[in-house]
Design a protein around this ligand. Structure first.
Ligand SMILES: Nc1nc2c(c(=O)[nH]1)N[C@H]1C(S)=C(S)[C@@H](COP(=O)(O)O)O[C@H]1N2
Ligand SMILES: [Mo]
Length: 252
């Protein structure tokens, strides 16, 4: 049987099971195939599992829409951010020369990359949309390098299942599974619309995850940790978002 038809079968089975026997049964089926998101407990947990499992089975290799240059938003909307902390302001005053991205956890070679190191990696650009759960969006060009290249350079171990990533600004931290971490559009952005990435948009370094809602695109990125389990991170729900009542998986 071809993998895609097997995937279809499982996904159809999940949806049918959810319809006939309820979400709890779909949950058990998803568990068998390793398709349980970290925030699967609680009131909405079964629904979260169904959304995540169906997305992973049917669309894990699909691309977020990319736009022509003419559709770049004239006035991109920078969402409000908390007043930057002292550590960030020190970096900003120094022109971000000492900014580092740490790559650690389940990797063969932990890395500490400067912005100059990141600029030496293959440079790509993509024109994608930032979509906030509050209902607005904008289109911009992002310049940087795919996350997959950095993970490869760090020698990501085959046991790694998630990448946890942190902003210098607490409490912004998120995680994504390997399907999204290695996805060609998951992107370390250092530039935007032909210039350096402005601070209100997450400069000097932001992870862009265009296949998920804006809150997964964490600004002021300083650390990536590869792990096989999210249980030991925060409250064990996968990221700061579910701790605040939002879904861990925010696919769009
Ligand atoms: N560090 C940090 N990252 C963040 C946020 C933030 O406040 N701090 N806001 C998030 C939210 S809720 C959204 S919708 C997007 C907004 O991106 P924008 O400012 O480019 O519109 O950034 C996300 N990343
Ligand atoms: Mo948002």
């Amino acid at each position: 049987m071809k993998p895609i038809s097997r995937r279809r079968l499982i996904a159809t089975g999940l949806a049918a099971t959810a319809g006939v026997a309820g979400l709890a049964a779909a949950d058990r089926l998803a568990l068998r195939f390793g398709l349980i998101p970290p925030d699967h407990g609680g009131l909405y947990g079964a629904g979260e599992t169904l959304t995540y499992a169906a997305q992973r089975l049917l669309t894990s290799h699909s691309l977020a829409r990319e736009f022509p240059r003419t559709m770049i938003s004239k006035a991109p909307f920078a969402n409000e951010i908390a007043h930057p902390g002292e550590e960030f302001r020190r970096h900003q005053a120094a022109g971000f020369v000492d900014w580092r991205l740490a790559v650690d956890g389940m990797v063969a070679h932990p890395l500490s990359l400067s912005l100059a190191d990141l600029r030496r990696l293959p440079c790509r650009s993509q024109i994608t949309e930032v979509v906030c759960e509050e209902g607005w969006s904008y289109i911009a060009e992002w310049i940087g390098t795919p996350l997959s290249g950095v993970l490869r350079e760090a020698g990501i171990l085959p046991q790694a299942r998630y990448i946890v990533y942190y902003s210098i600004e607490h409490p912004w931290w998120e995680s994504i599974d390997m399907a999204d971490a290695l996805h060609p559009q998951t992107f370390l952005a250092l530039g935007m619309n032909d210039g350096d990435l402005p601070v209100p948009f997450g400069g000097p370094l932001r992870l862009r995850v265009p296949r998920q809602l804006g809150y997964k695109s964490v600004k002021f990125l300083v650390r990536l940790t590869a792990t096989d389990s999210l249980k030991r991170f925060g409250k064990g729900l996968g990221s700061a978002s579910p701790e605040a009542g939002y879904a861990w998986y925010a696919g769009i």
